[in-house]
Structure formats: structure tokens, C-alpha cells
Design a protein around this ligand. Structure first.
Ligand SMILES: [Zn+2]
Ligand SMILES: [Zn+2]
Length: 454
């Protein structure tokens, strides 16, 4: 039996990285996922031990391997942390000498953020509480990712927006007992702990904007699902936000769905929309003089166009004739809208941009004057003409070609949304898989039978 766990998925395993012998993975797939982060330390482990041998233990002290995310360098590094056996009121306990790795300011180390990773062992992340500098290392590892709701105070370490506590030191310990009292016994850090401790820096963040691909941060399903945020005009105008923003939302935190886009349903990839209420500082946009100049800061026609149905209510805000479109639900002002696929497949900001433009420039224009005479035949004609996959995919290719011609190379890999697989087909596939499996089992059984008969 093995007590090793996969650094990525926590599955039990006996497979170990052959270079550092300090990280374990259940499969090459999990190993690949961890590789960019792992590579930063893997071959450094042996070199570090060779050039910095473990200091000799004394009767009351020993040294354990620890990890540091430094304030002034990009890559994480190894350090030796001195562990002291101290006697307090006649009782022995262990403490770590971490302060010397954090500018030597004793008393500034805060261990209150101890994270219990597993029932039997844990990692501590210590930091310099008075540092004002960002950790260059954490900033480098989180580059391109930003918390969408950065309303957490700076003192909250576990926030992507507040990684500004200088260096961080990670130590590993196990719970043991001495004289029937729990004792924290320090151990050498493993390279499995690198992933665990790094994930700590975005542990409390539920929505991360992916401004550019980052190889270190794992925001993959099933823990994270992809969404696209469509900014309202005020966010673009006053906060410099991009119109379409690729984000990842923590799966258990999503609150799906406020609304369903009927156009996307007709096109074969149903989307859910979740609008967000304006925060107090956004409410202040009401008074902005700029708003008068540039139009309603709460308007979000790109998002609302996704909501347009073939049978809009006469005179309603979602009518095809609405010139200025803003979301208002129960009188509250709404700002951005998060869009995602109901079938939980990935969605990209490029796909939402094209769909939104398609709704605005093609479907909306075709429908605009038909609010008042909307008979069944017109409806059918429009359905056939615009709300079909081929028409939309052709528009997607046109749009992409236009963007590429304009010199925007980021469109090179853009592809239209894949249609949802109907549930029935899934069941059929599952049946086929089961039948195949049964056949293989029968073959094995019959071969075993032949062997025994021989
Ligand atoms: Zn795994
Ligand atoms: Zn390794």
C-alpha cells in the first residue's frame, strides 16, 4: 500500500518524479498539468542539497527543508528552517525559526493562517506582516490572472489581490503526540506541497479574470468552469474594462442561472446569463457628467441582445426597438453580465463576442421593424434564415477573417461554439461502452477458461 498522493488530484499513487523524487502523480496527465510549476524547482532540489548541506542538528535544534516565495525574485526557492525544541512552563514543544527568513523581524510572523491540508499533516504559510512590497514571486506566478471581485481587504492573505506581504515561507508538519498532548512535528517540504501552497494564494477567490494564459494557475474543470463577462458601458468608460472578459468561476460558487438566452438555444449551444447588481461605487456613475456625454453607463446592449427572443413583448425593455438598453431587475441597477454554457462546456470570449455581434448586427437589424406585425410566418422565416448553426458559423468565419485582416493575431485560434450533445446520444455512447466492456470481459473469461482446461 502506498501513502503517496497525486499532487494534482489527490488520488493514491506510487509514481514518483524520477528527477527530484519529491513529487508524486497518478498519471502522466496530472504530471503534465503540474509541470510548469514543478519545473521551477524539480532539478534545483538536489543542487540545493549539494551546495547547502543540512546544518548539523544539536540537542535542541534541527533543520527542515522549507520553501520560500521570495519578495525580490521571480522563482520559488528552498531554504533550511531551524526547528527548536523549547521548554515552556515545564512542557516541551517545537517551534520554527522562520523570522530570520522574513527580514529577521521577530514578532511579525503570523501563523494564524495555518491551513490544514489533510487530517494528518499540514502546511504553514508564514509572511512578513509589515511588508509593503508585493511578492515578486507570487506576482510572477499569478501573472495574467486577476480577481474579478477584489473587494477583500489587503490583510486577507488568501486573496489574489493582496499578495503584497513580502516573502512567504512554507513549512510542513505532521501531528504527533507527546505525553498525550498533540505536538506539531516539522518535516521536510515535498514538491507536492508546492502546488498545495501556491493554490492557497487564490483559495478564497471565486472568479478569476484570465487576461492572458498562465501556465501555473490551474483553473480546470471540474473545480472551475469557464464564463465570459460582458462589461456594461460604465465599466468600460470609468474602469477601463474590456467589453468581453474571459473568466473562471469556482464551480461550487456559481449561482446559475438568472436567464437563458433563447437565440443561443436555437443555435444549438444554450447559454445562461447571470447579471450582477451595481455596487455602491458604481451607483455613483449616475452623477457622472461623462455619462451624459457617452450615454447610460448601466446600459449593456451586447448582453441584452443575447436575450432577445423571437416573440418580444410589445413595449417591453427587451423589445427589438429599444434604442438604449439597460438591465433593471426589481428596480436595481445591473452592471456586468456573466455568460456560460448550460451544458458546462467551455466558452471563450471570442465566441461570445461573435454571437453578440451577430445578434446586434444581423438578427437585431433584421427584426427591428417587425415588432408590430409579428405573425407566425414571419417568425418561421426568420428562424429558418438566421437561427441556424450554418448561418452563424459562416458569420463566425467572416468575423474572424475580418479581425485577422485588421492585424489581430489573437483570433488565429478562434473557433465557433461546438453544439451541445443531446443527452440521448450520451446514453447511447454509454451503452456502447458498456457493451464493449462486457465483450472484453467475456473474452478474458473464456481465455482464462481455456487456460484452466489445458
Ligand atoms: Zn492525479
Ligand atoms: Zn521532479
Amino acid at each position: 500500500m502506498s501513502s503517496l498522493k497525486c499532487a494534482i488530484c489527490d488520488a493514491e499513487t506510487s509514481l514518483i518524479c524520477s528527477v527530484c523524487k519529491s513529487a508524486s502523480y497518478c498519471s502522466t496527465e496530472c504530471q503534465k498539468k503540474d509541470l510548469p510549476l514543478h519545473k521551477l524547482l524539480c532539478d534545483k532540489l538536489e543542487k540545493f542539497k549539494a551546495t547547502h548541506p543540512r546544518p548539523k542538528p544539536t540537542f535542541t535544534s534541527s533543520h527542515k527543508l522549507a520553501l520560500r516565495f521570495p519578495a525580490s525574485r521571480k522563482e520559488p526557492e528552498f531554504i533550511w528552517v531551524k526547528i527548536n525544541l523549547i521548554n515552556e512552563h515545564g512542557k516541551w514543544r517545537l517551534n520554527s525559526d522562520i523570522a530570520e527568513h522574513l527580514h529577521g523581524k521577530v514578532g511579525l510572523v503570523d501563523l494564524s493562517c495555518t491551513q490544514f491540508v489533510h487530517p494528518h499533516y499540514g502546511i504553514d504559510i508564514s509572511y512578513d506582516d509589515e511588508a509593503i512590497a508585493d511578492s515578486q514571486c507570487i506576482a510572477y506566478l499569478l501573472d495574467g490572472c486577476e480577481s474579478v471581485f477584489d473587494r477583500l481587504p489587503r490583510s486577507n492573505l488568501a486573496s489574489i489581490a493582496s499578495a503584497s506581504c513580502g516573502s512567504y515561507v512554507v513549512t510542513r508538519w505532521v501531528k504527533t503526540a507527546a505525553d498525550n498532548r498533540p505536538l506539531k512535528e516539522y518535516q521536510d517540504i515535498t514538491l507536492n506541497d508546492v502546488r498545495e501552497s501556491f493554490a492557497f494564494f487564490y483559495r478564497d477567490v471565486d472568479c478569476i479574470e484570465i487576461k492572458k494564459p498562465n501556465p501555473f494557475v490551474l483553473l480546470k474543470q471540474p473545480q472551475w468552469v469557464s464564463r465570459v463577462i460582458i462589461s456594461c458601458r460604465g465599466e468600460e468608460l470609468f474602469q477601463g474594462k474590456r467589453k468581453y472578459r474571459q473568466v473562471a468561476i469556482r464551480h461550487e460558487k456559481e449561482k446559475w442561472y438568472g436567464m437563458i438566452s433563447s437565440i443561443s438555444k436555437d443555435l444549438g449551444f444554450p447559454l445562461g446569463l447571470e447579471p450582477y447588481y451595481a455596487a455602491w461605487h458604481e451607483e455613483a456613475w449616475r452623477d457622472q457628467k461623462l455619462a451624459a456625454k457617452h450615454g447610460d453607463p448601466f446600459s449593456n446592449p451586447e448582453a441584452l441582445n443575447l436575450m432577445l427572443g423571437i416573440n418580444p413583448m410589445k413595449g417591453s425593455e427587451t423589445s427589438w426597438n429599444s434604442a438604449e438598453i439597460r438591465f433593471t431587475i426589481t428596480g436595481k441597477l445591473l452592471t456586468m453580465v456573466a455568460v456560460g454554457r448550460i451544458d458546462q462546456q467551455d466558452i471563450t470570449e471570442k465566441q461570445i463576442e461573435v454571437l453578440s455581434r451577430y445578434c446586434t448586427d444581423i438578427v437585431h437589424v433584421a427584426m427591428q421593424d417587425k415588432d408590430n406585425d409579428f405573425d407566425e410566418d414571419t417568425k418561421k422565416a426568420i428562424l429558418q434564415k438566421y437561427l441556424c448553426k450554418d448561418r452563424f458559423n459562416a458569420y463566425f468565419d467572416e468575423y474572424k477573417a475580418k479581425k485577422l485582416a485588421e492585424g489581430d493575431a489573437s483570433w488565429a485560434d478562434a473557433y465557433p461554439p461546438k453544439p451541445s450533445t443531446p443527452v440521448k446520444e450520451d446514453a447511447k455512447e454509454e451503452d456502447e461502452r458498456l457493451a464493449k466492456r462486457r465483450k472484453v470481459m467475456r473474452d478474458i473469461e473464456s481465455r482464462l477458461g481455456e487456460k484452466q482446461n489445458k
